[in-house]
Ligand binder design. Structure first.
Ligand SMILES: [Zn+2]
Length: 132
């Protein structure tokens, strides 16, 4: 019985991490998760005729992207994904990512100018290979 409640607690903790991020999560990771969420939303709404929710495929892609961000070895020193030398996405996800970002990137200017502006600043300001 005791073991059971530990497992439940762990599951609850994991769900919390998945939906709200870790407590010590660097600001840039938090922000990029928000950005990618926004971009997938724009893409899915337009291409897959969804409204406030995401289709299964985009939902899965978003979860994958957030997991990549969680596992990014650069964390606080993370460069913009587009110029990163790690290419940590598997080929199929990378392909989808390119579609999503090229479609939604320019549209972010109209829907969420602040996020879009920050995203561009990151792409241009950060060094290609951050020192770990
Ligand atoms: Zn979709």
């Amino acid at each position: 019985m005791k073991l059971g409640s530990v497992v439940v607690l762990e599951v609850v903790e994991n769900v919390k991490i998945a939906s709200h991020g870790r407590d010590n999560e660097p600001a840039i990771i938090k922000r990029e998760k928000k950005e990618v969420e926004f971009m997938v939303q724009i893409f899915c709404n337009a291409k897959h005729m969804t409204k406030d929710n995401l289709c299964l495929n985009c939902c899965e892609f978003l979860a994958y992207t957030k997991k990549r961000l969680d596992n990014c070895p650069y964390q606080a020193k993370k460069p913009a994904c587009g110029i990163c030398d790690l290419s940590c996405y598997e080929p199929k996800k990378k392909e989808k990512g390119l579609k999503v970002f090229t479609y939604s990137g320019p549209r972010m200017f109209f829907k969420h100018p602040v996020l879009a502006f920050r995203h561009l600043m990151d792409a241009f300001n950060q060094p290609k290979k951050p020192n770990l």
